[in-house]
Design a protein around this ligand. Structure first.
Ligand SMILES: Nc1ncnc2c1ncn2[C@@H]1O[C@H](COP(=O)(O)OP(=O)(O)O)[C@@H](O)[C@H]1O
Ligand SMILES: [Mg+2]
Length: 243
């Protein structure tokens, strides 16, 4: 569903931020990009979500590429990132209606979808409150509900549990597991190895713009010759971080 082939990205002439990344995310799979701050996770995800072009290499979404089929790709992906902020003066209801219209959600489906997604995340009591009066966790849950408003088969979530308390974080991870069971293809980035360990079928460890190891939790532990995923992650990181 998501395929990257030798993707490179330079923001400036003298520095390459993404140094040749390739991977594939399949239907019914949670694929994790795990790496410290600055590794290039957000850069990669913005390119996959078609917000930015790679300097070279290919990003293929469900067989489509952004140069020909960008609108079709937008219909098939749900993208969540901390870089995009909700309008502070709007309300959850207004935002939901706005995005529903943008994605052509039929009027008769809109109410059911909104009720279901607001109920799941406990948004309903705040549905007509201003965004700027809501907590960080509530804003994140609203962002998630909106990013999935069109029920996209491909889900791209950049650090979805960042800054959330443990209960909200669990609501989000449980939801991701459910979406995986329903057959969505999920690409997740995180700098928290416990999130990757719990959720991901396949994990790519990203260090300084390169994938330095990839596999399931068990495979990464075995490859690194350590006993736990935490130790595996630090060993792999220390061996590969040079700058
Ligand atoms: N718009 C930009 N212009 C120049 N450099 C950028 C830009 N966005 C990110 N970078 C740099 O690219 C590197 C990777 O950043 P990012 O993709 O945000 O990493 P991550 O999401 O893993 O923390 C960092 O060194 C960051 O400073
Ligand atoms: Mg980031």
């Amino acid at each position: 569903m998501i395929k990257l082939v030798d993707v490179h990205k330079s923001y400036t002439k003298d520095k390459e931020t993404i140094k040749g990344v390739s991977f594939e995310v399949k239907k019914g799979e949670i694929f994790g990009l795990l790496g410290p701050n600055g590794a290039g996770k957000t850069t990669l995800m913005q390119m996959i979500a078609t917000l930015m072009k790679p300097t070279s290499g290919q990003v293929i979404i469900d067989g489509l590429t952004a140069d020909k089929d960008i609108l079709e790709i937008h219909k098939r992906i749900g993208f969540l990132t901390n870089e995009i902020k909700l309008d502070p003066m709007s309300t959850p209801n207004n935002l939901f209606n706005f995005f529903a219209e943008l994605y052509d959600i039929p009027e008769n489906e809109l109410k059911d979808r909104r009720d279901e997604s607001f109920a799941r995340f406990g948004i309903s009591p705040f549905a007509d409150k201003r965004i700027n009066e809501l907590s960080t966790g509530m804003k994140q849950k609203i962002s998630i509900a909106i990013s999935l408003i069109h029920n996209p088969p491909i889900i791209i979530f950049d650090e979805p549990t960042n800054g959330l308390d443990i209960l909200t974080s669990k609501q989000v991870t449980d939801y991701l597991k459910e979406l995986k069971e329903q057959g969505h293809a999920i690409l997740l980035s995180t700098h928290i190895f416990s999130v990757a360990e719990e959720l991901c079928d396949d994990i790519a460890i990203l260090v300084d713009g390169k994938i330095v190891a990839q596999g399931s939790v068990e495979e990464l532990v075995r490859q690194s010759g350590t006993e736990t995923f935490e130790k595996a992650f630090f060993k792999i990181y220390v061996e590969n971080h040079k700058e």
